[in-house]
Design a protein around this ligand. Structure first.
Ligand code: HEM
Ligand code: 2DC
Length: 469
């Protein structure tokens, strides 16, 4: 028989003392490294108590498989307390990100049809490709302007704008024009608000929502202002589409974006549509832009791999006369490169689920309603799971039988990332266009580490050079 829950290794000190220690040791921006160290110290399963939250942490794909296979129809992850606290404080409805149970499931099924289903997703390709082309056009103009046949910069702000432009094009069917020289200050404010919202979440991550709502600290106030700005801006975009639709300003023959489809379908109440569309708009900025920054950095450091990808993309383009939908079907290495980027640089440090029944992990019996976290960052760098983990090699994803519960960057199952297909297409098309037009270069010696700011980010600016082919 499996061992009892109480015997899972880990620290047994009180949660508040742990939280204090964690703060003192600079753990706030270092969650990923602390976890990796704990797996080294305790082995592939350990328990932890921070503040009021107790969790079991696992690292092996086999345990992840056990966890996700038992998750049921309405999986729940850790609800980020400051996000819940904000909505309760302002009386805002939850979207799919924070909903639970049947309410989550019915919203999510309706949204899946408009955001994840293969037929609809194919229609995103021209919209996202157009934004990628505009990025290339802008990059060429910057090369011209420099007078040095190249463009060297920290691309993070460019990529934030690219990402917001992309997600808004599929959500609202409209262009914001963020890849032009003049950027709408409201759009820029939205981008800054999302970054601030993430940044102010992490210090409050392990405090209960009820406590947060009454707080009057700088962090809480900044957090509230950040969400206020996010909701206000999203609301303006949503109202615009809503108005155009009622005035029938749009011809109903062309694809008008996710929001219009949801409104016309009339299956979800307006408030629920708004809540989830706002989450998608906010969720679509830092996630893909940071991943693209890492991808370009890795490709710049591996010129051989970059050449292989370029050859694949150019061959695909030649074969299907530039049809992007078809190209995406013959570029496995490009897709693998994105998986490989997310292995080394995941957006989410962990995946979490509350168990709904007893499960056995590493021969310990884990009771129902336990918070279990899969250490995604630690797994991606574990030599037992990925041989030579420090090497960026997309080909590892093309080996047969090598992927079992290892490619978990977007989560798993019915609760996986809602924006997954948008994110994947946006990133694939972006890299396609870049590889067709530029060589990506960087100074060889520069090492860049990772910082936890709720999502994982580069810990310093990354300077890259785009050089026209
Ligand atoms: C949830 C990763 C981009 C919207 C998640 C989760 C992960 C994730 C790991 C939790 C999944 C789970 O618990 O199994 C990523 C990564 C991205 C990305 C790596 C890009 C590189 C996006 C984009 C959007 C988005 C572009 C919006 C269009 C969401 C939403 C949820 C979610 C709404 C919550 C879904 C639910 O609870 O039903 N994402 N994401 N994400 N993501 Fe993403
Ligand atoms: C953060 O301990 C660390 O995709 C916590 O697009 C556990 C945790 C819970 C939920 C995770 C979060 C971590 C990281 C950011 C994630 C989030 C679920 C969705 C969110 C992974 C790992 C993200 C970035 C969404 C955000 C949408 C939001 C802006 C409306």
């Amino acid at each position: 028989a499996a061992r009892p829950f109480e015997q899972v290794p880990g620290e047994r000190r009180g949660g508040w003392l742990n939280l204090y220690r964690f703060w003192q040791e600079g753990g706030l921006h270092n969650v990923h490294n602390i976890m990796a160290r704990k797996f080294q110290r305790f082995g592939p399963i350990y328990r932890e108590k921070l503040g009021v939250y107790e969790s079991i942490n696992i690292i092996s794909p086999r345990d992840a498989a056990t966890l996700f296979r038992s998750e049921g129809m309405m999986p729940e992850r850790f609800s980020v307390p400051p996000w819940v606290a904000y909505r309760d404080y302002r009386n805002k409805p939850y979207g799919v990100l924070l909903k639970k149970g049947e309410a989550w499931r019915s919203d999510r099924l309706t949204l899946n049809k408009e955001v994840l289903s293969p037929q609809v997703v194919e229609g995103f390709v021209p919209l996202l490709s157009e934004v990628g082309e505009d990025f290339v056009r802008r990059a060429r103009a910057q090369v011209q302007k420099s007078g040095r046949e190249r463009w060297t910069a920290d691309f993070s702000h460019e990529l934030f704008r690219f990402a917001l432009e992309s997600v808004c094009h599929v959500l609202y069917g409209e262009r914001l024009g963020l890849l032009q020289d003049f950027v709408d200050p409201e759009a820029q404010r939205f981008i800054d608000a999302v970054t601030l919202m993430f940044h102010t979440t992490s210090p409050m991550l392990y405090l209960p929502p009820a406590l947060l709502r009454g707080l009057n600290t700088r962090t809480w106030r900044d957090h509230v202002h950040a969400w206020d700005a996010i909701f206000t801006q999203a609301d303006k975009c949503i109202q615009n589409v809503y108005r155009d639709l009622r005035l029938q300003r749009k011809s109903s023959r062309e694809y008008m974006g996710i929001l219009s489809s949801l409104l016309l379908q009339d299956k979800l109440p307006l408030d629920d549509i708004k809540a989830s569309v706002t989450e998608m708009m906010a969720g679509g900025v830092d996630t893909t832009s940071v991943t693209l920054q890492w991808a370009m950095f890795e490709l710049a450091r591996s010129p051989g791999t970059q050449e292989q990808l370029r050859a694949e993309v150019l061959a695909a383009k030649h074969k299907v006369a530039g049809d992007r939908v078809k190209m995406l079907k013959t570029t496995p290495l490009l897709k693998a490169a994105i998986k490989e980027t997310l292995r080394l640089h995941p957006v989410a440090v962990t995946l979490q689920r509350y168990t709904v029944q007893e499960v056995v992990l590493q021969d310990y019996r884990i009771p129902p309603k336990t918070l279990v976290q899969v250490g995604l960052y630690a797994m991606g760098r574990d030599p037992e799971v990925f041989p030579k983990p420090e090497q960026f090699s997309p080909e590892r994803w093309l080996l047969p039988g090598s992927k079992h519960f290892k490619g978990l960057s977007f989560g798993f199952g019915p609760r996986q990332c809602l924006g997954r297909r948008i994110a994947e297409l946006e990133m694939q098309l972006f890299l396609m266009h870049i590889l067709e037009n530029f060589k990506i270069e960087t100074k060889r010696a520069v090492e860049v580490g990772t910082k936890f700011d709720l999502i994982l980010l580069p810990d310093k600016p990354i300077y890259l050079t785009l050089r026209p082919l």
